[in-house]
Design a protein around this ligand. Structure first.
Ligand code: NAD
Length: 388
């Protein structure tokens, strides 16, 4: 069986997402499996070079995961024609500039979301990638979660009948960093000036989840909040939390579905998972978390009657049925890496392009505008250049 090798420049791999999801769960796991299988039966093995600012850290990370190549010199890495793909999981604010440099050097580019902190920069980078004709992609990991794949299966089978509404609950308590409990997320997440904010972080995910599963997003109404105004950073120093740490957003979708999503880093979890989506349709409802999904068809729907004088007699959880684990889903980041590698290596179709990423940034901007102006904002199409 023939095998070729694909060189990948991986930037920002010492971070949370870079190390855990992209290096360990994806690229190292693909290497351990002997590479990505192509449609002709051959395989592409990955040959990453890890890039970071701190030589000691990046060397240790490379050694720990059996990666031979590492560097602190990003310019030299980008200048090496042997590496065909540039990947970025560093801070959002630097992303468009880094992608631009890589595109100029003729690299294919793949990156974390959001692709930029504002739509103008996001569209500029799309046009550059499209104009240069290089392959491009953005992480849209939530679509590959087993729970959401099960929702898709229900939708595709016609289970819901006419879909009416979607309710999403996302969030958990992120510790403030004081009273002996360090925060479990990086402090930049809570500073607008550093690319933080839950709307920027999460609404770009909701865009592709809603577009792909329930209907294209047509308009948004959003109220943001900074519930915790002061936090303590990684060095134990108090700082002003200038970014939104919660948002309450409603979306109107093509086809008439109404979606409402609450997102918060200042809420305590009393639900089955860190994110849950309830979908109600005329013929059935379903509730999905990251992994599991339960369903209730209309013939299995209990018949409650409002009576505040009596303790509830119905166990509402009892009548839901698990959607079985028949889909064989893997880590979504790895699945998406494999898809992108096939896109580069054999021109396989790949729909999660930078332009799809730009739609996420667009919805973020619309949500922020809605909050600022206290009104509904329509979301123009970005599919055709010049239509916005
Ligand atoms: N897909 C998802 O579910 C998901 C989840 C969390 C974060 N993210 C995205 O991933 C990216 C990284 O987030 P994270 O939570 O891993 O952050 P992090 O703070 O843990 O990591 C950031 C990385 O960027 C590097 N970095 C920071 N400043 C830099 C600079 N000036 N120059 C070069 N490198 C620099 C750091 O060394 C580190 O490797 C963000 O864009 C974020 O939006 C995606």
């Amino acid at each position: 069986m023939s095998q070729r090798t694909l060189g990948i420049i991986m930037n920002g791999v010492t971070g949370r997402m870079g190390t855990n999801q992209h290096l360990i769960r994806s690229v190292a796991a693909i290497r351990a499996a002997g590479g990505v299988a192509l449609s002709d039966g051959s395989r592409v093995q990955l040959d990453p070079i890890l890039v970071g600012r701190n030589a000691e850290k990046i060397e240790a990370l490379a050694k720990a995961h059996g990666i031979a190549r590492w560097t602190t010199d990003l310019d030299a890495a980008i200048a090496n024609p042997a590496d065909e793909i540039f990947f970025d999981a560093a801070t959002t604010q630097l992303r468009p500039t880094l992608l631009e440099r890589a595109i100029d050097a003729g690299k294919h580019v793949y990156c974390e979301k959001p692709i930029a902190t504002n739509l103008a920069e996001a569209l500029k980078i799309c046009r550059q990638a499209e104009g240069r004709g290089i392959k491009n992609g953005v992480v849209q990991d939530k679509l590959f979660l087993p729970g959401l794949q099960k929702l898709k299966l229900l939708r595709d089978s016609g289970f819901f009948g006419r879909m009416l509404a979607v309710r999403g609950e996302f969030g958990y308590w992120v510790f403030e960093g004081d009273w002996g409990q360090p925060a479990q997320r990086p402090s930049w997440n809570y500073r607008s000036e550093d690319g933080g904010g839950i709307i920027l972080d999460m609404v770009c995910h909701w865009r592709y989840v809603l577009d792909n599963l329930f209907g294209a997003v047509r308009s948004v109404s959003c109220l943001g909040a900074t519930h915790i105004p002061e936090r303590v950073d990684e060095a134990g120093k108090p700082y002003a939390a200038t970014a939104d740490d919660a948002a309450y957003a409603t979306f109107q979708l093509e086809g008439g579905v109404i979606a409402h999503i609450n997102m918060s880093w200042a809420t305590r979890v009393h639900r089955d998972d860190l994110v849950t989506f309830q979908v109600d349709g005329t013929h059935g409802s379903a509730v999905a978390g990251l992994t599991d999904c339960v369903m209730q068809p209309r013939v299995g729907t209990p018949r409650p009657v409002w009576n505040p004088d009596q303790r509830q007699t119905i166990d509402f959880y009892e009548s839901w049925q698990q959607v079985p684990d028949n889909l064989g889903t893997e880590n979504g980041f790895k699945t998406q890496w494999e898809m992108f590698i096939r896109h580069v290596a054999e021109d396989a179709p790949y729909k999660f392009t930078l332009r799809e990423g730009a739609k996420g940034v667009q919805l973020v901007e619309c949500a922020l505008q809605s909050w600022r102006e206290r009104r509904w904002i329509d979301v123009p199409s970005l599919d055709l250049e010049g239509s916005q």
